[in-house]
Design a binder for this molecule. Sequence first.
Ligand SMILES: C[S@@+](CC[C@H](N)C(=O)[O-])C[C@H]1O[C@@H](n2cnc3c(N)ncnc32)[C@H](O)[C@@H]1O
Length: 419
Amino acid sequence: MKTKKKLLNVIYNQDARNILESIGSKTKVTTTITSPPYYDMKDYDSDNQVGYGQTYEDYLKDLKSIFAGVFEITEENGTLWIIIDTFKRNNQVITLPFDLSDKLKEVGWLLQDVIIWKKDKTVPWSTNGFMQRKFEYILFFSKSINYKSNKDSVRVYDTSQLKKWWIKYPERYNPKGKALDEVWEFPIPTQGSWGDEYIRHFCPLPQDMVATMIQISTDENDNILDPFAGSGTVLSQSAYMNRNYIGFELNEKYISMFEEYLEKTFSKYRKEYDQFSQNKDQGDFEKRILNLRSLKFARVLGNNIEKNIDFDNFKIFVVPKEASKIKNKLLRVEYQIIGQIDETIFLNEAKKLINKAPLSKFGIEPIFKFVISKKFNNKDHFGYTKTNTYSYVKNADLNSPKIKVISKICVDLNENDYL
Ligand SMILES: C[S@@+](CC[C@H](N)C(=O)[O-])C[C@H]1O[C@@H](n2cnc3c(N)ncnc32)[C@H](O)[C@@H]1O
């Protein structure tokens, strides 16, 4: 019986120049994440290596042809991440990231982003020149203009990074968090975290940085390629995150070290990934922003109604419902208008207000209900004033005219805590 060749979750001890021959054009990858040798900076101790022993022109020519092959086996919506740096020769900077990106454009890759990877330690040759080197480049390419990008899943939802403004202006913040910017800070792995022998052989990429790239450009079960696998950070991280990997590496020694390492670490990091996937914090932040928006919507609406039609003898009770089905709206919220007021006049004015900024920008689909009176208690209900819907009034008399917005939502945020 003929045994079927394994195509996924393999590392080929082969020259990356033979990608197409090795994996055939039928297997497709969603993304490639790789850090090729930086020209002749390092001898990786194998024949036919790219970079070491070559002229700069031959080196670029080989990389161009390798990434042309990668282009061919990449899905239409696929992407390519290259971590690379400049270096000095004859007292001048050689702009390798840009020379390479020109070559890649010639074979069809579209350069989408140039990211600065800020790291706190640098490689030995970085002492050239008079400034300390602190960053490398990440080039992000796509095969077509419609490329896969799960941007929301890597938004920064650590509220301490958002400064205080999200408290007062929740409508300006995406409930899924702040978008990533173009400077990424990831320290390079240090001795101890990987075991000394491992570190001596490689300059491994930071695991979290690779995880971010994987998260942005793939889904579970997608295929990920690294044609210059080295210590195999990209491959092992793919395995932890439930993706398939394909790697190429000329040096056999590195391959056996990678296989051993993956076996030792797989269950620990898979568990971490499973926990991360539940994304608890992001859910919390999203809920907070939507709560703040629901309350502020009532306050802004109430203040404007008062100003425009001179009604002031009412309170608004806020009851968030379910996710909205309307485009650009996130949440349906019931607003119970409590007091003796003319419903038609109120609704006419409210309609005008909710269809223009600022209320049209809140992502809220309001439903109005009119109630003559309602009983509130300080245990289940929280009262807010005309000027503040981000911290409730402590021990408030909820019947007092000062309290304009009431809800079961309890927010008690102090902007000074988030400076
Ligand atoms: C900069 S290192 C990659 C480091 C890797 N990203 C990591 O996290 O450890 C480049 C690797 O490419 C390998 N290499 C060089 N030329 C190659 C070729 N023609 N085909 C496959 N691998 C090659 C080298 O042996 C080296 O391990």
